[in-house]
Design a protein around this ligand. Structure first.
Ligand code: CO8
Length: 258
């Protein structure tokens, strides 16, 4: 498979994967998700790869969310399918990968972008990064596991606040909340991830794979399916139509409340 939206390189035991749609702030469309699925599976199968570092191209965004323009006209069924396919192809894949994954959050990580970072096993952010789940400002909810993984990482109360206010955290706030493990300058972002990767590489890959499975087993939940169903239901509302249309027309949404 040749990649249009993803850059990939393996060097010194690390697989570097970069989401490369900088003009759209690296927003995740279907094609990008399919390419990421392919490149991640290949990296995981490569015995020389001890760690995977996932980041966004350029310095403004990690990933500014799912591609709003792609799903704005979807109906309930198409919405639920989009969330379900994405969850299986990318977000669950990453979370359950036996190779450890680090999200190098180099800028905006919003909506599906923060969900992508949260599906990785660890997160390191540069100090310009901003993180949030702004979906309710579009009349929809997080659909790529965000309602589950945010609550797992920061606790239910903080997750409820971030999701319902559609707020954005600075990198330092995200660290205080436990959402990211480390914060550093942009220049130090990849080297910081590489330091973690080199410590990982000294250990047994097999044992790490089992440890990841065991940690994840403690967080298995029915919530992901509930999220897919609720995400799909939003697509039948006028609030969703107004929220996504307002984004595309670059204006503030006026939600009709139905
Ligand atoms: N989707 C599509 N295009 C986007 C997205 C996005 N998520 N984010 C930015 N872009 C595009 C803009 O439309 C713009 O394109 P153009 O130049 O053609 O007008 C370009 O990227 C640059 O963006 P801005 O001009 O808006 O840049 P600013 O510096 O003014 O603002 C922001 C940066 C604050 C990051 C702003 O772009 C923004 O608010 N983006 C949207 C953030 C958002 O709401 N993300 C959540 C999306 S919903 C989601 O992720 C759902 C997840 C669950 C999905 C499950 C199935 C789909």
């Amino acid at each position: 498979m040749s990649y249009q939206n993803v850059l990939s390189e393996v060097k010194d035991g690390v697989s570097y994967i970069t989401i490369n749609r900088p003009k759209q702030l690296n927003a995740l469309n279907k094609e990008t998700i399919e390419e990421l699925n392919d490149v991640i599976i290949k990296a995981d199968q490569n015995k020389a790869v001890k760690c995977l570092i996932l980041t966004g191209a350029e310095t403004k965004a990690f990933v500014a969310g799912a591609d709003i323009k792609e799903f704005a006209h979807f109906n309930e069924e198409e919405g639920a399918n989009l969330a379900k396919d994405g969850q299986y192809m990318l977000f669950n894949l990453l979370e359950n990968l036996s190779t450890p994954t680090i999200a190098a959050v180099n800028g905006f990580a919003l909506g599906g972008g923060l969900e992508l970072a949260m599906a990785c096993h660890m997160r390191v952010a540069s100090n310009n990064a901003k993180m949030g789940l702004p979906e309710v400002s579009l009349g929809v909810i997080p659909g790529y596991g965000g309602t589950q993984r945010l609550a797992q990482l920061v606790g239910k109360g903080k997750a409820m606040e971030l999701i319902s206010t559609a707020g954005m955290l600075t990198a330092e706030e995200a660290k205080e909340w436990g959402l990211v493990n480390h914060v550093c300058s942009q220049d130090e972002l990849i080297p910081t991830c590489e330091k973690i990767a080199s410590k990982i590489a000294r250990n047994s890959s097999i044992a790490i794979g089992y440890a990841i499975k065991a940690v994840n087993a403690g967080f298995s939940s029915m919530g992901y399916q509930a999220e897919i169903d609720a995400f799909g239901a939003c697509f039948g509302t006028n609030d969703f139509k107004e929220g996504t249309t307002a984004f595309i027309e670059k204006r503030k949404a006026e939600f009709p409340g139905n």
